[in-house]
Unconditional design. Sequence first.
Length: 388
Amino acid sequence: MLSIPRIITVDPQATVSRSVRAVVELFDQPVIQIDVPGSLEALEEVRRGGCALLVTAHQLDQHMDGIELAQRVRQTAPDTALIVVTDSSNGLLPDEARLICLRRPLDAYQLMRAVHAGLRGQDLVTAAKGAAAPTPAPAPAGDYGPVPSLDLKAASAMIDNLLTDVGALAVVLSSRDGRVLVERGAVSYLNREQLTSTLLPMVHTTITIGDLVGGHASALQFYDGETYDVFVLSVGFHYFLSLIFDGQAGVRQFGAVTRFGRRAAEDLKALLGAAATAIYTSGPTPKPKILTEPEAEPEPAVDTVEPIALRAETWEDTPVQESDEPKREMLPPITDFDPAILDQLAVLDLSAADDLFDPDRLAEIALEVRQGRGPLTYEEARELGIVP
């Protein structure tokens, strides 16, 4: 950018030149403004010394119009900020960071912000919109849960086709929570954030009216204004499309909007699937179930075996009590024992000892003893030791 920024205004009627000069006089900054009547002169000035900002009318001369001039300047000097002032929406370029289209009658504050941003190398679209609208308060109808996600790439392609089919100035896709998701066309005409927040009650009405009309309701609304006409189409319960037309042409676009607009809304609903009409109403949070451990089954009783003998922990010198059994009489010791009596064993007939093991001899002995008394009984034989 030059030390003293240059502004080139292009308008055969000089209307744009006077408006820009009035705005520049309010700035506390030296500016060189060059006014030219036609497109060729403007290109020559750009090639000669460049410029920070070029403001042109849409209708110029037989060589080219303001849109074509802006395209030529953007090719030769891409850093130049471009503002096109137009009376209609035919053939407009989409707004960009360094190129915007302003519609007559000009808004003085909007033009001032755009010219000031162009001289400082700032975003023209953001400057032309001004301060963003405050976020709208939640609707009193209650919380409808999170907004389902949408494939914005596919949605943008559908909106581009819709903009071409209906010939609108701009098309804006907004969500139920007040966000602007997709915008196509000359969207600087209207503050799209403020438009979205203003239309939010319509979205909640579409949700609640389903109980009256039955099923999942869809809406097509038309707002007829002197400057702009706006069509609003619901996309399920969570999104809506705003189609902006010129105030004198919108009323004639009912057929195109009904045909192409509704088709685009149905295509967007198809992207959402079942989530397009799913509502998650807020309610009391269910209490989590407490998982209790199952009661343990009682263990079978164990048969206790009493010990036969207990281990003594300590030794006690307790005298053993005498039992009540009668004492055995002890014979007095033999004090005069004569071991010579054992010598008599030598004269014994030891062969008679074999009779104790001879059953025949035992039977003879028994007969000798029992002579005159008959045979022995079993008890007598047992007492004699004959039988066990």
